[in-house]
Design a protein around this ligand. Structure first.
Ligand SMILES: *[C@@H]1O[C@H](CO)[C@@H](O)[C@H](O)[C@H]1NC(C)=O
Ligand SMILES: *[C@@H]1O[C@H](CO)[C@@H](O)[C@H](O)[C@H]1NC(C)=O
Ligand SMILES: *[C@@H]1O[C@H](CO)[C@@H](O)[C@H](O)[C@H]1NC(C)=O
Ligand SMILES: *[C@@H]1O[C@H](CO)[C@@H](O)[C@H](O)[C@H]1NC(C)=O
Length: 259
């Protein structure tokens, strides 16, 4: 027989776990799955299952294993500072404390509606966010929502062209990258497009370079839900612990309860 006391204990235990963030019904995934739709940059190795072995034994036993190959910079992935700065951290050198961050989300879907692939994060958008929410907190990831993920399943639209010289998509401006670097509070920048530098323009990558020189990592091809809160969410970004990596596939999750 369940007593009132037992029920009260149970409720208190659940409340304790919730308050301490140990369980939640509201953990969401900001990662695109890795499969044969996964986008790779330029001529980079597309995700491929290179070997499969499935044995469905007549006695009811089962064995399955697969091998795969992919470029470091494919799908939802992290760019290590070492990608564009020789003295930058490699994937396995980024301190773990920087991979658990407070999320500053900037909603630029209206810019994309107006300017299409020419939409850019500008310093004014960062200043507007601070006007509404107060200063960017320390140990933040700036997450820019362009609503570009709506095209993820149409690769040529999402990238803007068949090869990397033709790529066109929303990105950061170098001025915004400088603002972010100068803030000294940002550990990473993420967005729902293939890159933090726009596809067009000179082959130099000023946004990558500015951020890399400040040991700020990038998260590209992030699957950002339209209703993701603009402040207060925590992001947990776990790149594969790839020794010497210039980048790596990353699993990004967030607990959005109580937001
Ligand atoms: C992609 O993966 C799906 C699901 O596993 C499969 O049905 C399809 O044949 C694959 N396509 C190619 C081109 O490999
Ligand atoms: C993908 O996008 C291109 C460019 O907007 C468009 O021409 C094409 O019809 C789209 N393909 C699909 C399958 O929706
Ligand atoms: C990219 O595609 C365009 C149009 O098909 C072509 O003119 C150009 O030579 C290609 N560039 C590369 C590097 O393949
Ligand atoms: C993002 O901006 C668009 C356009 O201004 C607006 O319609 C939408 O509600 C905003 N999304 C969120 C989550 O605030």
């Amino acid at each position: 027989m369940i007593t009132m006391k037992a029920i009260t204990c149970l409720i208190l235990a659940i409340t304790y776990l919730k308050v301490n963030g140990l369980i939640s019904n509201n953990v969401i995934d900001l990662t695109w799955p890795f499969n044969n739709k996964t986008i790779s940059w330029g001529a980079g190795k597309k995700f491929e299952i290179t070997k499969e072995n499935f044995v469905d034994g007549p006695d009811g036993t089962w064995y399955g294993s697969r091998e795969f190959a992919l470029a470091e910079h494919s799908g939802t992935h992290l760019d290590a500072p070492y990608h564009f700065y020789k003295n930058g951290w490699k994937v396995d050198e980024i301190p773990l404390s920087r991979l658990i961050a407070t999320c500053v989300k900037i909603n630029l879907s209206e810019e994309t509606e107006k300017f299409g692939h020419k939409a850019r994060l500008l310093p004014k958008h960062l200043n507007d966010w601070e006007q509404r929410n107060g200063p960017v907190p320390p140990n933040s990831v700036i997450l820019v929502y362009f609503n570009w993920g709506q095209y993820y399943h149409n690769e040529s639209k999402y990238l803007g062209g068949e090869n990397s010289t033709l790529y066109r998509f929303p990105a950061l401006s170098p001025q915004a990258a400088q603002w972010i670097a100068d803030s000294n509070k940002v550990v990473g920048v993420g967005l729902d497009t293939p890159g933090i530098d726009p596809g067009e323009g000179p082959p130099t990558k000023p946004v990558h370079t500015i951020l890399a020189k400040n040991q700020i990592y990038a998260l590209e091809n992030v699957k950002i839900p339209p209703d993701f809160p603009e402040k207060g969410a925590q992001l947990l970004s776990m790149p594969m612990l790839l020794s010497g990596g210039t980048g790596a596939p990353v699993r990004i999750i967030s607990d959005v309860s109580n937001k």
